[in-house]
Design a protein around this ligand. Sequence first.
Ligand code: ADP
Length: 172
Amino acid sequence: MIDFQVIQGDITKSQVDAIVNAANTSLLGGGGVDGAIHRAAGPELDAACRKLNGCPTGEAKTTPGFRLPAKYIIHTPGPVWHGGQQNEAQLLHNSYWHSLVQAEQHQCETVDFPSISTGVYRFPLDQAAEIAVQTIKDFLTQATIVRQVRLVAFDSVTKQAYMQAKKKIIGG
Ligand code: ADP
């Protein structure tokens, strides 16, 4: 049984083992969900991120959650959309996959994702949602520790896109 849910909310409030941050390659904070996570986690997060020396697109690195309810923050820079011919789909898959590998390595059972790359990075929403759901499904099928994944949409349009992808790829 695949335990994957789509909810609407603010990921900084998630009470789970790990939340994922749609970071940039510097890992030094930015706008959107990245900014919200840095504000809510407190200055300790900036100090921890500075020691990580950035992160390539599609890879993932983990810090404690500091002042967040989540135990860990998994930071992954998703791809910037440049029209689709620059490996964007593979890189977005890699961001979800490598985030879940990090979650397993930190013994996380429950993981919440934001909609990676569909804000400022402009990845087309419906395509991003299908890549996210397919990758999460494939990972959960073979996971040993992660048992529940949620996609936390910040707005209703994003929620609808992920619900539709879930229906298409997982069913129900
Ligand atoms: P990217 O640079 O990867 O595109 P953004 O942060 O610009 O990342 O957008 C990614 C998604 O995160 C968007 O759907 C945006 O609405 C959403 N978002 C912004 N703040 C929050 C939050 N507090 N919780 C969950 N999602 C959020």
